[in-house]
Design a protein around this ligand. Structure first.
Ligand code: FAD
Length: 754
């Protein structure tokens, strides 16, 4: 008997900071059956601030200073939602989200970092640039560089001002100068055109560090002609000018704020107890002192009686105790205490592969320190990006099958969801062919035909189209899954040139606590009904049952006049084949299951899957498509083969024109295939010249099963171009001409690759 683990508690992690990285990894290594985990973060590709100076100088590439939270969250079995939280209802235990239904929780953890405190300086938000969020700063960095290069090349001065007297300002000043000197290839005579200035309200820089560190840093700043302006509190900012409390006016082409840390108001507004310095007040168990089911760590929190500098070192150190305490709290066990070290080692980079080590009274500097920092930073990123491979084994009693069969079963041990979980076309066909039938005069199509929906003639002469589809959830996100699944199920009706009229839903919900099951069902049905409503399709009924996996399906009705029905057959010699969406969902979802797909690729694939085929269908009808189908589980080649079944034509496929989802060719190259891919390759029997294309990744893409794929249609050559251009301007930017229909040369219809 298989053991099941119903979800009974829901842990929500807000923010993908340093501490939550450790929480996710801990939950991946030591899963907690029964505990569902959701990560909500403004950034999913989260920057590692320690390596920011190296990125600014051009030493590290973007991916070398970022951690992609999606694979890590997948590894931990956690749901990922990309959104900035702005409201928390602690009484109802609900996170309010702008883009989707609220998320309920039983316990919650906040690791949302901090931002420079710019709110108290009028004009700072409008005219200044904050170093945090780092992702936003990184977006602005090329513009700063461009601006500086332009001015200095024109022999005009460029004034870069950095406000703040801590390590971040020092690192930024050295890094910016090094990069700008390189960019402009400044000769000594022109160096004075580039002016870098650090402004601080304090009477000295690095006031939390020892005097040796301060002396050395000041000396280095002087050597590099980086000006320091102390005891100059900025009180307001206008375009290109900063006003100090003492009345001084400072000019700036660009002003970067790296001032003291602060939090937005929503944690305070939620009723959480705050520390005097304005952060979430927690105990040494990393638990809010006002709400026992709220935990917090990193910059956003201050431990009662043990305030520390806002530094990533503490956020990192708090990760493991936080993970342990979240699990302990969820399971009703005693919490452990975290002892914050009094002094942390700070490694401050001074630009050109040299750095300072500072801890309490300790000071050391040089290239060795930089090498140490470089090693620590790289090891940190690797810890959360080099994830162990998934166990791809199966349990089968030795001797039950021959070695060859066992090997083939092992090859597909990880079973895909979505359309990758469909039964192979050849098995389906063999079973359906053998079924007895009950002919009815009203039924135009039967289960043994290959049309996308059944056709029943009504007494008024109209045809009722009916289709049914159901898929297993392929993502840990009921709301997005239901949106995609709804569009996927509606697609059969659109493929036949019809609009959807009404639908009945079928839901399989995994066993869980009443509240978790209710919130999952709520998300599913809200998403489904919103999607249906946007396409003027009525939800008229349904059925739910308990199932091992989350599944969702629809039976869809549409009404149409018989002569208007678009079928799979009807291609004419000369027609152009148009595909409306890129391929590759099967391989990407397979990679995602193995924690090997990037957030960027998955995000664009999921967005593409969530696009309805309704408008594409209307456009294809408008341009008199001669045949049409939707590309789903059997892959492009399988569905094209169905189209060729009764048409005596040949199809020339232009492989390079087949649109691919971002990242899909990369995962195919790594030989990550959907579990249905191999069965779909039976469609290669119809491809005449396949051998020459075996190594071409686009050839493999033809067998990739699609979930909520696009439409494939044939259109008369004189209408193809204008039809494509309308598709492009109507939300299908990847639609492309993928082939043409030609006269049959052999005995049966076939595909020729070009
Ligand atoms: C230039 C620079 C260099 C630095 N160098 C170092 C260094 O070398 N060593 C060091 O120890 N410290 C360094 N720091 C300080 C360090 O950046 C912070 O102390 C550290 O990032 C705090 O980590 P954290 O885990 O609290 O949050 P962060 O790492 O800031 O992460 C916060 C996360 O929360 C998410 N988030 C924020 N708000 C929301 C919201 N409302 N809803 C959902 N998600 C949200 C963000 O997307 C992000 O994923 C540096 C800072 C700067 C500016």
């Amino acid at each position: 008997m298989k053991l099941i683990s119903p979800v009974v508690k829901h842990l929500v992690l807000i923010g993908g900071g340093h501490s939550h990285l450790a929480v996710l990894k801990h939950l991946a290594m030591k899963p907690v059956p029964g505990l569902a985990v959701t990560l909500i973060s403004r950034e999913i590709i989260t920057p590692y601030s320690g390596a920011l100076p190296g990125f600014l100088t051009g030493l590290y590439k973007h991916n070398e200073i970022h951690i992609d939270l999606r694979p890590l969250a997948q590894f931990a079995g956690a749901r990922v939602i990309q959104e900035e939280v702005k409201e928390l209802d602690l009484t109802s235990k609900v996170v309010k989200l702008a883009s989707r239904p609220n998320i309920n929780f039983d316990l919650i953890s906040l690791n949302i970092g901090s931002n420079p405190n710019m709110e108290l300086i009028p004009g700072a938000r409008e005219y200044g640039i904050s170093v945090k969020p780092i992702s936003k700063f990184i977006e602005k960095w090329p513009e700063i560089l461009e601006n500086a290069v332009y001015k200095v090349r024109k022999d005009l001065p460029f004034k870069l001002v950095i406000v703040g007297g801590g390590p971040a300002s020092i690192e930024l000043a050295f890094a910016a100068q090094l990069r700008l000197y390189r960019e402009i290839r400044l000769k000594a005579s022109k160096k004075s055109k580039l002016q870098i200035k650090i402004i601080s309200a304090d009477s000295e820089l690095l006031r939390l560090h020892n005097s040796k560190v301060r002396k050395f840093t000041n000396q280095k700043l002087q050597e590099k002609d980086i000006e320091i302006l102390l005891e100059s509190q900025i009180v307001s900012m206008n375009e290109n000018t900063l006003v100090c409390k003492n009345g001084n006016i400072i000019e700036a082409d660009v002003c970067i704020f790296a001032t003291g840390a602060s939090l937005p108001s929503w944690p305070f507004d939620s009723g959480l107890a705050m520390s005097d310095d304005g952060f979430i007040q927690i105990s040494n168990k990393l638990q809010s002192i006002s709400h026992e089911y709220v935990f917090a760590a990193g910059d956003a929190a201050t431990i009662r009686g043990e305030p520390r500098a806002k530094s990533g070192v503490y956020a990192v150190r708090q990760g493991l105790p936080l993970a342990k305490n979240l699990v302990r709290y969820a399971s009703g066990r005693r919490l452990i205490k975290y002892k914050a070290q009094k002094h942390a080692l700070a490694l401050i980079t001074l630009g050109n592969k040299t750095a300072i080590a500072s801890r309490n009274n300790f000071f050391f500097q040089g290239r060795l320190i930089w090498s140490l920092k470089n090693r620590i930073d790289k090891a940190f990123i690797r810890k959360y990006t080099d994830l162990p491979s998934m166990d791809e084994n199966i349990h089968i009693t030795k001797g039950l099958v021959d070695q060859e069969t066992e090997k083939s079963l092992r090859l597909h041990a990880i079973r895909c969801a979505g359309c990758g979980a469909k039964v192979a076309s050849n098995i389906l066909e063999e079973v359906l062919d053998g079924l007895p039938n009950t002919p009815k005069k009203e039924i135009i199509s039967t289960t043994s035909s290959v049309e996308d929906a059944s056709m029943i003639k009504l007494s008024d002469g109209k045809i009722l189209l009916q289709s049914v589809d159901q898929i297993k959830s392929f993502i840990n996100d009921p709301w997005l899954f239901a949106k995609i699944a709804t569009n996927h199920c509606l697609s059969d009706i659109y493929a036949m040139g019809c609009t959807s009229h009404s639908a009945l839903a079928i839901v399989g919900l995994p066993f869980a606590s009443k509240s978790f099951a209710k919130s999952q069902l709520n998300e599913l049905m809200l998403s489904c009904s919103e999607t249906l409503r946007s396409q003027e399709c009525a939800l008229i009924g349904g059925h739910t049952s308990e199932s091992e996996d989350l599944t969702f399906g629809l039976c869809v009705n549409g009404f149409i006049e018989q002569e208007k029905i678009l079928t799979k057959n009807g291609m004419r010699t000369g027609d152009i084949l148009i595909l409306t969406k890129p391929l590759g969902t099967g391989t990407l979802l397979a990679a995602d299951m193995r924690s090997k797909a990037s957030h960027t690729d998955m995000n664009s694939a999921l967005q593409e899957m969530a696009i309805s085929n309704k408008t594409a269908s209307e456009i294809l009808v408008e341009f008199k498509a001669t045949s049409c189908t939707d590309i789903t589980g059997f892959g492009f080649a399988g569905h094209l083969t169905e189209m060729l079944r009764t048409d005596n034509v040949e199809v020339e496929l232009i492989l390079e024109n087949i649109p691919a989802l971002s990242g899909a060719l990369g995962t195919l190259e790594k030989k990550i295939y959907s579990s249905l891919h191999a069965a779909n390759q039976s469609a290669s029997d119809n491809i005449l010249n396949q051998e020459a294309f075996f190594q071409n990744l686009k050839y493999q893409l033809l067998f990739d099963p699609q979930t909520s794929g696009g439409l494939l249609a044939s259109v008369a050559p004189e209408l193809a171009e204008i039809c494509l251009s309308k598709l492009h301007s109507s939300g299908y930017p990847h639609a492309n001409e993928v082939g043409r229909v030609s006269k049959l040369h052999g005995k049966s219809s076939s595909i020729i690759l070009k």
